[in-house]
Design a protein around this ligand. Structure first.
Ligand code: 13P
Length: 242
């Protein structure tokens, strides 16, 4: 899976030209979904355009809200996402954990909500720099992964995004990524009893110049791309190298 996470970037015009360019220029491989996650205000437009031009691109949301049935001004629920024909949703991105105080309990609700509506969660995990420097990455990731216990696993993708690599230009190296992805896969299989082998994608300063090296690892099942996904030419090239 190759995912474009636009974060809080873009305009309707840019969404339009990106979707048209990428749809026309990717060599679509049915086993590798190409997922576009625009800001939520462009989901409706993106969904209509994807349909209109018969694009192979799949739609993803950057978030989903859960309020335990109370009112939530500004919230978007799984039912609404389904209205836009959204197939995927990012849950637990480090920026949302930090700025919106998302904790394990609320993330667990979100994942369950998405699964009920048949929207595939892309569950983001990753450690900050000090945790990596102390050698505590696995313990940290274990505490993030534990909420997936008892979940129906075959629809969940894990995105490993070390926080120190996001937007810094400093990606994790292949050996480190392999080590962490192996740990995640083993943990999901042995401790969480996932029935299927879980897909683990990498995110954090992925660029055209490093994507081939990262993807060459058998432990990497795809990429979650921020900054480099904004340019349709770069993104299409990365997809075509996958
Ligand atoms: P960058 O690719 O800009 O480092 O962002 C990674 C990310 O957070 C994708 O979700």
């Amino acid at each position: 899976m190759i995912v474009a996470n636009w974060k809080m970037n873009g305009s309707k015009e840019e969404v339009d030209s990106w979707l048209r360019f990428v749809s026309a220029n990717i060599l679509i491989n049915k086993t590798i979904p190409c997922v576009f996650c625009p800001p939520s205000c462009y989901l409706d437009y993106s969904s209509s355009l994807i349909k209109k031009i018969s694009s192979p691109v799949k739609l993803g949301a950057q978030n989903i809200n859960h309020s335990n049935n109370s009112a939530l001004t500004g919230g978007i629920n799984s039912h609404m996402l389904k209205d836009f024909l959204t197939d995927y949703v990012l849950i637990g991105h480090s920026e949302q954990r930090e700025y919106l105080n998302e904790d394990n309990e609320s993330l667990q609700y979100k994942i369950k909500d998405a699964l009920i509506k048949n929207i595939s969660p892309i569950f983001c995990i990753g450690e900050p720099k000090n945790i990596k420097d102390q050698g505590n990455t696995q313990d940290y990731l274990r505490s993030q992964l534990e909420i997936l216990n008892t979940m129906d696993s075959d629809q969940i993708t894990i995105a490993y995004e070390p926080i120190w690599a996001i937007g810094t230009g400093e990606n994790a190296d292949k050996i480190y990524i392999e080590e962490v992805h192996s740990f995640i896969k083993e943990f999901c299989c042995q401790e969480l009893n996932f029935k299927e082998k879980v897909s683990v994608v990498y995110g954090g300063s992925v660029k055209l110049s490093n994507c081939e090296e990262i993807l060459s690892s058998s432990k990497v099942d795809g990429l979650l791309i921020g900054g480099a996904s904004l340019d349709p030419e770069t993104f299409a090239k990365i997809y075509n190298l996958s």
